[in-house]
Design a protein around this ligand. Sequence first.
Ligand SMILES: Nc1nc2nc(S)n(CCO)c2c(=O)[nH]1
Length: 161
Amino acid sequence: EGAWRPATLGLGGNIGDPVAAMARALRRLDERDDCRIVSVSRLYRTPPWGKTDQADFYNACAAIETRLAPLVLLETCLDIERDMKRVRIERWGPRTIDIDILTYDGLAIDEELLKVPHPRMTERAFVLMPLADIDGDIRVKGRTVSAWLAESDRAGIEVAN
Ligand SMILES: Nc1nc2nc(S)n(CCO)c2c(=O)[nH]1
């Protein structure tokens, strides 16, 4: 019966029906008694980052509250990805659903399996745009999400819903 702690998640996918997959993933989290969705960003269509020879992604962010410890939240998200037939073929390759833990209760976590804040979130407009919908004042590495967004490359990112 741990305390409720705030976290933010990044969701994305670019094969199958990523929008339906994201909605199902959020519902799977919300129906648990140890997680609840506080808010969800707008949906964005975003050019692929990293490996660019693949389909555009859909991305969103969610603010949650959870009683799960960070590594347990990670395992829970991975279980949901697996249940949704997330096939992890190649690193940064196409995927039906990706759930990344972006922040967790303002903590800095540097575990083998989990690094929080997400190490690449400050370079990724596909994370910063939806996260700013939720709360642009979240501080990551000493700067607000809004400040990181202002200097990120937002080319090609558009609201999809
Ligand atoms: N636009 C975009 N590019 C991406 N490259 C990778 S890897 N990913 C997966 C992020 O964990 C994405 C993504 O979600 N959106």
